[in-house]
Design a protein. Structure first.
Length: 77
């Protein structure tokens, strides 16, 4: 199992396989890019937690993971 780059922000012990880890990292990276690297750590943490929750429910599309996480923190309508 591979540890996600953003899991320390999400405060979780969840582990995914290497392919899923890459998908989640890509989704998180895109979300942070969409924020233009602005926002407090609490927003980054909320994004990471939302991505993990969605992935735990079976979502694997990095674009949907990103968009749904940004909607959850109020960045996208």
């Amino acid at each position: 199992m591979v540890q996600h780059q953003f899991l320390p922000l999400a405060d979780s012990d969840v582990n995914f396989d290497q392919i899923t880890s890459a998908i989640l990292d890509a989704a998180y990276g895109r979300a942070i890019t969409e924020l233009h690297d602005r926002g407090p750590d609490s927003v980054r943490e909320a994004i990471a937690k939302r991505i993990l929750a969605l992935a735990s429910a079976g979502e694997r599309d990095p674009n949907l993971l990103c968009d749904k996480a940004l909607v959850a923190v109020g960045y996208l309508p």
